[in-house]
Design a protein around this ligand. Sequence first.
Ligand code: NAD
Length: 515
Amino acid sequence: VALNQANLEKVIPATVVKPQYARPGDGRFIDHYMCHMGVGGFHRSHQAVYTDDLLNLAASLEAKNGSPSDVKKWGIVGIGLMPWDSKMYNILKAQDHLYTLLSRGHTGSEARVVGSIVDFMFAPENHQAVIDKLAHVDTRIVSLTMTEKGYCQDVNGDLDRANALVKSDLDGDLAKPSSAIGMIVAALRKRKQEGTPSFTVLSCDNLPENGDKIKHVVLQMAGYVSAELREWVESNTTFPNTMVDRITPMTEVEHIELVARDYMVKDSWPVIAEDFSQWVVEDNFCNGMPEWDKVGALVVKDVKPYEFMKLRLLNGGHSCLSYISVLCGYNYVDDAMANPLISGFIFQFFNEMSPTLLPVPGVDTLTYQKKLVERFGNPYIKDKLTRLAKDGSKKMANTLKEAVIELSEKGLSTKVIALANAAWIRYMVGRMPETGEAILGIKDPAADELRDLAVEALDGVDYGEEPKPERYIEFVFGAEIVELKGFVGEIKDLLRSIVTHGALTTLEDVMAEVA
Ligand code: NAD
């Protein structure tokens, strides 16, 4: 059965969980809007689901009390900025913005239709319409899950004025912004001009202190427009930090077929995710917040300890696990995790990172680590290692740089992190060490630069020359890390070992040494 509003009410089978609230197509049932940039898999498995839960809660309270509930009804308007977002735009439009979320884990599977996205706008078709929507008084939050690249930062975290999107936005005086930062600033400028209160900018990307990061680049871009705009944004807009968590692999054709076969729903772009979800949000919203705390989100004064733990262990772990696992011949995360050497590598990685974490209220880090190992090993979601390996140039520094500096300063072990980095450098050469077979699916905004630097790092090593990873390390982590002679020395030794003995033997040796 094709997924759309009419079929939802009539023919979609009862085994599929559906919105419990009435959902007229014109969005009239909504009190406030959150506009979201980067409607991919993760937004649809996470923030849209909490928002859907809240709409269900309002409906159940209304049914119980026979009168409207106090719970405000928030709806999401997806915003597509990139040319390829036309695909999501067209699919969601054909499905009345409904989609299926398939949650899978050890406790079973659930298919659920989510209805909290009520509209989708494709910016390249009409930039001004998007600016107007963001600047409208009913829009109270602009949220983002657009991957690290979308923040347009240079290596120091500043707005990268050489970035093509940033340059064209500023050259065109933000009339047709194509970067998310440009679009936000254009809408804030309109709000200032019209005397409309500001919206909250809510980053839900995996960046350390994601709210502070986006604030920094938004203020910089506003400053390039005018000092007054920067000042207005600084005094009127808030940028809460968040910690977001739900492993969401990319949707594959098999998932589309599975939803059709097992649940009889013809959905052109369902989402697959694990059956675990967590969201910690800083209590810092300048224009109202959906009551996500009523549906499982944790709203706190300081997100940092949660975010440290999650980014350093889960995201750092994911990246580090991916390169060595591919070099050992694996394609899927759960298959790699079934090898005790690789699950042991992850435990030792957690051990190494632990001294850099902050105490987290109510959380035992060892229990958290064990749960992560179980989640990484989830065989029902078939997460691909190439997804975890993607965009290392952005992710590795975000999750590892500060930790490596701290561990080195304290004289603590960095061996497992060094192995992960040696494996990453070898991976970026693009060919398997033993067979020379091409590694497929390498994706990184700096893929070409990294490949050249990786080839340079390994040049002549098979003839006994010293590995030269310094320029690679400087490119991704900055010069300070090159100064950490112990860490760089470990990476060199491990590169030599991978070239001479292979990835698996190198992994065995390191595990025997650190265990
Ligand atoms: P995805 O590829 O499914 O979606 C990414 C979205 O960002 C797409 O809509 C894409 O068009 C948009 N985008 C890409 N580059 C952009 C740019 N320069 N400007 C504006 N938009 C841009 O990926 P996803 O799985 O939804 O993950 C997105 C982000 O969410 C991740 O990078 C991460 O920060 C965060 N996240 C993901 C997961 C997960 O398990 N997938 C878990 C936690 C957090």
